[in-house]
Design a protein around this ligand. Structure first.
Ligand code: C5P
Ligand code: MG
Length: 192
């Protein structure tokens, strides 16, 4: 009797505007992973007008992090919806200690975290990209961006350091063009 393999997961982290979504799309088209963006899942949930919509909006507006019980539930549901697929790139998660602990509590043992990809790019370049992407996001303006960078510094960086200590961090500079960055990203995905 065959036992269903645990889903393989790669987390993609980096400052807002560092190219997480762009690189994930390329990972999907080249390697057949399913891309789940924590930010996109939260924006969709906000749009649905569910009970959590107002709370989600209040966080997204100022760039603070939504309580993990909401986010992990959306991630789990999205993974189940793609139940026939077994490899996921999850972008923008875990963003703080609460996110990290939520993953450990609900998913540790249920998924096989292969590594954490960090897209590394100077803040001024990230800001320029975020302002240029023109997706009409409430948080792609200079004020909200500054708050999101501060959250990344104060809350996400300690999580990144934790993964570094665990030997799971893979850092790629995302300063070059998306195509050039992907040349480096690709090397990390060939054998998984
Ligand atoms: O990753 P992205 O920039 O799309 O995230 C947008 C916003 O969604 C964040 O600034 C934050 O308010 C919220 N978010 C969150 N928890 C996550 C990912 C995103 O609260 N794990
Ligand atoms: Mg994104």
């Amino acid at each position: 009797m065959s036992v269903a393999a645990k889903p393989v997961v790669v987390f993609v982290l980096g400052s807002p505007g560092s190219g997480k979504g762009t690189q994930c799309e390329k990972i999907v088209s080249t390697f057949g992973f399913v891309h789940l963006s924590a930010g996109d899942l939260l924006r969709e949930e906000r749009k649905s007008g569910s009970d959590d919509a107002a709370l989600i909006e209040s966080h997204i507006k100022v760039g603070s992090i939504v309580p993990v019980e909401i986010t992990i539930n959306l991630i789990k549901k999205a993974m189940q919806k793609n139940g026939d697929k077994n490899r996921f790139v999850i972008d923008g998660f875990p963003r703080n200690e609460n996110n990290y602990e939520g993953w450990e509590k609900h998913m540790n043992g249920a998924a096989d975290l292969k590594f954490v990809l960090l897209l590394d790019c100077p803040d001024d370049v990230c800001l320029e990209r975020a302002l240029k992407r023109g997706q009409g996001r409430v948080d792609d303006n200079v004020d909200a961006f500054k708050k999101r960078i501060a959250v990344h510094e104060n809350e996400t960086k300690p999580i990144i350091e934790k993964y570094r200590r665990m030997g799971l961090l893979r850092t790629v500079s995302s300063l070059a063009s998306p195509e050039e960055v992907f040349e480096d990203v690709k090397k990390l995905f060939v054998d998984i």
